[in-house]
Design a protein around this ligand. Sequence first.
Ligand code: SF4
Length: 215
Amino acid sequence: MQLRIHRFLPKTSVEGPGARACLWVQGCLIRCHGCFNPSTWRASGGQVVQVGDLLNRVVRISGIEGATFLGGEPFDQAPALAALAQSVQDAGLSVMTFSGYEYEVLRRADRAGWKDLLAATDLLVDGPFVSSLPDHQRPWVGSTNQQFRFLSSRYRHLADELGSIPDRLEVRLRRDGTVLINGMASSAVLDDLGSAIGRRQRQTQGGFVAASTLG
Ligand code: SF4
Protein backbone atom coordinates (compact mmCIF):
# COMPACT_ATOMS: atom_id res chain seq x y z
CA MET A 1 0.00 0.00 0.00
CA GLN A 2 1.34 3.42 -0.96
CA LEU A 3 0.90 7.05 0.08
CA ARG A 4 1.84 10.18 -1.80
CA ILE A 5 3.37 12.56 0.70
CA HIS A 6 4.47 16.17 0.72
CA ARG A 7 6.64 16.14 3.82
CA PHE A 8 7.39 13.93 6.80
CA LEU A 9 8.70 15.40 10.04
CA PRO A 10 9.81 12.79 12.60
CA LYS A 11 9.21 14.96 15.65
CA THR A 12 7.42 18.25 16.19
CA SER A 13 5.75 19.88 19.18
CA VAL A 14 3.51 22.31 17.30
CA GLU A 15 1.15 20.10 15.29
CA GLY A 16 -1.12 18.73 18.00
CA PRO A 17 -0.86 17.54 21.59
CA GLY A 18 2.64 16.74 22.80
CA ALA A 19 5.51 15.62 20.63
CA ARG A 20 4.36 14.00 17.39
CA ALA A 21 5.47 12.67 14.06
CA CYS A 22 3.83 14.73 11.36
CA LEU A 23 2.87 13.71 7.85
CA TRP A 24 1.75 16.19 5.21
CA VAL A 25 0.10 14.24 2.41
CA GLN A 26 0.29 15.35 -1.20
CA GLY A 27 -2.88 16.11 -3.13
CA CYS A 28 -6.01 18.06 -2.24
CA LEU A 29 -9.28 18.19 -4.16
CA ILE A 30 -10.88 20.75 -1.83
CA ARG A 31 -8.82 23.77 -2.84
CA CYS A 32 -10.10 26.29 -0.31
CA HIS A 33 -10.07 29.90 -1.31
CA GLY A 34 -7.34 31.32 0.86
CA CYS A 35 -5.16 28.24 0.90
CA PHE A 36 -1.65 29.53 0.52
CA ASN A 37 0.00 26.16 0.12
CA PRO A 38 -1.09 25.07 -3.34
CA SER A 39 2.11 23.07 -3.71
CA THR A 40 0.28 20.34 -1.76
CA TRP A 41 -2.66 20.27 -4.19
CA ARG A 42 -1.24 18.44 -7.19
CA ALA A 43 -2.00 14.73 -6.95
CA SER A 44 1.10 13.92 -8.97
CA GLY A 45 3.49 15.95 -6.80
CA GLY A 46 5.42 14.97 -3.71
CA GLN A 47 6.84 11.49 -3.39
CA VAL A 48 5.35 8.03 -3.17
CA VAL A 49 6.22 5.98 -0.10
CA GLN A 50 5.19 2.59 1.22
CA VAL A 51 2.86 2.67 4.21
CA GLY A 52 4.94 -0.07 5.87
CA ASP A 53 8.11 2.00 5.55
CA LEU A 54 6.42 5.04 7.07
CA LEU A 55 5.07 2.96 9.92
CA ASN A 56 8.54 1.58 10.64
CA ARG A 57 9.87 5.11 10.81
CA VAL A 58 7.10 6.31 13.12
CA VAL A 59 7.31 3.46 15.63
CA ARG A 60 11.09 3.87 15.94
CA ILE A 61 10.93 7.55 16.90
CA SER A 62 11.54 7.95 20.60
CA GLY A 63 9.61 10.35 22.77
CA ILE A 64 6.51 10.93 20.63
CA GLU A 65 2.97 10.34 21.81
CA GLY A 66 1.40 10.13 18.40
CA ALA A 67 1.22 11.10 14.76
CA THR A 68 -0.55 13.95 13.02
CA PHE A 69 -1.84 13.71 9.46
CA LEU A 70 -2.55 16.86 7.50
CA GLY A 71 -2.07 18.06 4.01
CA GLY A 72 -3.02 18.35 1.36
CA GLU A 73 -6.13 16.38 2.19
CA PRO A 74 -5.69 13.18 4.22
CA PHE A 75 -9.13 11.82 3.27
CA ASP A 76 -8.21 11.98 -0.43
CA GLN A 77 -5.90 9.05 0.39
CA ALA A 78 -8.06 7.51 3.10
CA PRO A 79 -7.55 3.77 2.52
CA ALA A 80 -3.75 3.91 2.81
CA LEU A 81 -3.84 6.50 5.58
CA ALA A 82 -6.43 4.48 7.53
CA ALA A 83 -4.11 1.47 7.42
CA LEU A 84 -1.24 3.61 8.69
CA ALA A 85 -3.40 5.21 11.39
CA GLN A 86 -4.65 1.87 12.66
CA SER A 87 -1.10 0.53 12.87
CA VAL A 88 0.04 3.68 14.67
CA GLN A 89 -2.73 3.20 17.23
CA ASP A 90 -1.90 -0.50 17.53
CA ALA A 91 1.62 0.62 18.48
CA GLY A 92 0.14 2.57 21.39
CA LEU A 93 0.39 5.99 19.77
CA SER A 94 -2.38 8.51 19.17
CA VAL A 95 -3.63 9.80 15.82
CA MET A 96 -4.68 13.36 15.02
CA THR A 97 -6.10 14.01 11.55
CA PHE A 98 -6.96 17.28 9.82
CA SER A 99 -9.48 17.42 7.00
CA GLY A 100 -10.90 20.15 4.83
CA TYR A 101 -14.11 18.13 4.62
CA GLU A 102 -16.72 18.69 7.32
CA TYR A 103 -17.36 15.93 9.83
CA GLU A 104 -20.93 15.27 8.73
CA VAL A 105 -19.71 14.79 5.17
CA LEU A 106 -16.95 12.47 6.34
CA ARG A 107 -19.39 10.44 8.44
CA ARG A 108 -22.09 10.07 5.82
CA ALA A 109 -20.23 9.75 2.54
CA ASP A 110 -19.67 6.24 1.30
CA ARG A 111 -16.09 6.79 0.19
CA ALA A 112 -13.35 4.18 0.37
CA GLY A 113 -11.51 4.27 3.66
CA TRP A 114 -13.27 7.30 5.13
CA LYS A 115 -15.00 5.46 7.95
CA ASP A 116 -11.83 3.47 8.62
CA LEU A 117 -9.74 6.63 8.91
CA LEU A 118 -12.31 8.20 11.24
CA ALA A 119 -12.31 5.01 13.34
CA ALA A 120 -8.52 5.18 13.66
CA THR A 121 -8.44 8.89 14.55
CA ASP A 122 -8.42 10.08 18.16
CA LEU A 123 -8.67 13.78 17.42
CA LEU A 124 -10.09 15.18 14.19
CA VAL A 125 -10.04 18.80 13.04
CA ASP A 126 -12.58 19.23 10.27
CA GLY A 127 -13.65 21.90 7.85
CA PRO A 128 -11.98 23.97 5.15
CA PHE A 129 -9.61 26.80 5.83
CA VAL A 130 -11.44 30.13 5.49
CA SER A 131 -9.03 33.02 5.32
CA SER A 132 -11.68 35.56 6.37
CA LEU A 133 -12.19 33.71 9.68
CA PRO A 134 -8.72 33.57 11.25
CA ASP A 135 -8.63 31.75 14.57
CA HIS A 136 -6.54 33.49 17.23
CA GLN A 137 -7.92 31.56 20.20
CA ARG A 138 -7.37 27.85 19.62
CA PRO A 139 -4.15 26.04 18.81
CA TRP A 140 -3.18 24.26 15.56
CA VAL A 141 -6.19 25.40 13.48
CA GLY A 142 -6.31 28.13 10.86
CA SER A 143 -9.91 29.39 10.98
CA THR A 144 -12.79 29.58 13.43
CA ASN A 145 -15.14 27.40 11.35
CA GLN A 146 -12.89 24.40 11.93
CA GLN A 147 -13.97 22.10 14.74
CA PHE A 148 -12.20 19.75 17.12
CA ARG A 149 -13.86 16.32 17.23
CA PHE A 150 -12.79 14.08 20.07
CA LEU A 151 -13.45 10.73 18.42
CA SER A 152 -11.95 8.72 21.29
CA SER A 153 -11.44 9.44 24.97
CA ARG A 154 -7.71 10.00 24.49
CA TYR A 155 -7.78 13.79 24.19
CA ARG A 156 -11.22 14.60 25.55
CA HIS A 157 -9.60 16.33 28.53
CA LEU A 158 -8.34 18.99 26.12
CA ALA A 159 -11.84 20.15 25.21
CA ASP A 160 -11.87 22.76 27.98
CA GLU A 161 -8.19 23.63 27.69
CA LEU A 162 -7.87 24.58 24.04
CA GLY A 163 -8.08 28.30 24.75
CA SER A 164 -5.04 28.11 27.01
CA ILE A 165 -2.79 26.26 24.55
CA PRO A 166 -0.77 28.74 22.49
CA ASP A 167 -0.03 28.52 18.80
CA ARG A 168 3.65 28.03 18.16
CA LEU A 169 6.03 27.78 15.26
CA GLU A 170 9.11 25.70 14.65
CA VAL A 171 11.81 26.99 12.35
CA ARG A 172 14.52 24.70 11.03
CA LEU A 173 17.57 25.91 9.19
CA ARG A 174 19.25 23.41 6.90
CA ARG A 175 22.93 23.49 6.05
CA ASP A 176 22.11 24.62 2.51
CA GLY A 177 20.32 27.71 3.86
CA THR A 178 16.81 26.40 3.38
CA VAL A 179 14.40 27.44 6.12
CA LEU A 180 11.60 25.04 6.97
CA ILE A 181 8.72 26.31 9.06
CA ASN A 182 5.74 24.52 10.52
CA GLY A 183 3.11 25.26 13.11
CA MET A 184 0.61 28.09 13.37
CA ALA A 185 0.80 31.78 14.26
CA SER A 186 -1.06 35.02 13.72
CA SER A 187 -0.78 36.78 10.38
CA ALA A 188 1.32 39.49 12.04
CA VAL A 189 3.85 36.97 13.29
CA LEU A 190 3.89 35.21 9.93
CA ASP A 191 4.43 38.50 8.12
CA ASP A 192 7.32 39.42 10.43
CA LEU A 193 8.88 36.02 10.00
CA GLY A 194 8.36 36.06 6.25
CA SER A 195 10.03 39.47 6.02
CA ALA A 196 12.90 38.29 8.15
CA ILE A 197 13.71 35.38 5.87
CA GLY A 198 13.01 37.19 2.65
CA ARG A 199 9.78 35.71 1.45
CA ARG A 200 6.24 35.87 2.83
CA GLN A 201 5.29 32.53 4.32
CA ARG A 202 1.87 31.13 3.66
CA GLN A 203 -0.70 29.68 5.99
CA THR A 204 -2.93 26.63 5.44
CA GLN A 205 -5.54 24.87 7.47
CA GLY A 206 -4.08 22.63 10.09
CA GLY A 207 -0.77 24.34 10.40
CA PHE A 208 1.42 25.60 7.67
CA VAL A 209 4.47 24.25 6.06
CA ALA A 210 6.73 26.40 4.02
CA ALA A 211 10.21 26.47 2.72
CA SER A 212 12.30 29.43 1.79
CA THR A 213 15.96 29.89 1.03
CA LEU A 214 18.04 32.47 2.78
CA GLY A 215 20.14 34.49 0.46
S1 SF4 B 1 -6.28 24.56 3.26
FE1 SF4 B 1 -5.95 22.34 3.31
S2 SF4 B 1 -7.95 21.49 2.67
FE2 SF4 B 1 -7.95 23.65 2.06
S3 SF4 B 1 -7.17 23.64 -0.06
FE3 SF4 B 1 -5.40 23.98 1.28
S4 SF4 B 1 -4.55 21.95 1.59
FE4 SF4 B 1 -6.64 21.66 0.84
